[in-house]
Design a binder for this molecule. Structure first.
Ligand code: RP5
Length: 159
C-alpha cells in the first residue's frame, strides 16, 4: 500500500489512514510527494508503483489538491483521494479539487479530514481483502468489534 501526501503538514490527518493499515496488518509505505513542489518525484512514484508491487495508493492533499488526480493519471492502480482540511476553506477547496475528476481518470474520493483518512485505510484494506482471506477475516473482526462497541454503549438514560 502506498500512502502519499502533499506536505508534512498533512501527516496529522493521514496518520489516521496509516493507523488503520497498521491495525489490520497491511504493509505500507508513507511519503511526502508534492504534485507542485516535487512533480518529478510524483511522476517517478506513480510510474513505478505497479512494478514495485503496490496495489492501491492513498493520496491526501489540501487546497488546490491535485496530487490524487495527477497520481491517478500516471498509474492504473486505484487511487483513493483524501481531502485534507485547509485553513482557507475548511477543506471544501480540497474536496472539490479531488472529487471533480473529469471522466477517464478516476479518483475514489473520501470525506474531508480524519474521517476520510480513516475510511481510506479501511476501503483500501477491503480492496486488498478481496484476494487476501486472512485480511478479510481481520477486517470482519474489526467490524464486528465496532458493532459490539456501539451496541454495548447503546442504552442511554437521563443523568
Ligand atoms: C498542499 O498544500 C498540501 O497537501 C497541504 O495540505 C497544503 C499546505 O501545505 P504546506 O504549506 O503546509 O506545506 O500541497
Amino acid at each position: 500500500m502506498g500512502v502519499i501526501m502533499g506536505s508534512r503538514s498533512d501527516w496529522e490527518t493521514m496518520a489516521h489512514a496509516v493507523r488503520v493499515l497498521e491495525n489490520l496488518g497491511v504493509p505500507y509505505e508513507a511519503k511526502v510527494v508534492s504534485a507542485h513542489r516535487t512533480p518529478d518525484l510524483l511522476f517517478d512514484y506513480a510510474e513505478s508503483a505497479v512494478a514495485r508491487g503496490l496495489q492501491v495508493i492513498i493520496a491526501g492533499a489540501g487546497g488546490a489538491a491535485h496530487l490524487p488526480g495527477m497520481c491517478a493519471a500516471k498509474t492504473r492502480l486505484p487511487v483513493l483521494g483524501v481531502p485534507v482540511q485547509s485553513k482557507a476553506f475548511n477543506g471544501l477547496d480540497s474536496l472539490l479539487s479531488i472529487v471533480q475528476m473529469p471522466a477517464g481518470i478516476p479518483v475514489g474520493t473520501l470525506a474531508v479530514g480524519v474521517a476520510g483518512a480513516t475510511n481510506a485505510g479501511l476501503l483500501a484494506a477491503s480492496m486488498l481483502a478481496t484476494r487476501d482471506a486472512a485480511l478479510a477475516t481481520r477486517l470482519e473482526d474489526f467490524r464486528a468489534q465496532q458493532t459490539s462497541k456501539v451496541l454495548d454503549d447503546a442504552p442511554l438514560s437521563l443523568p
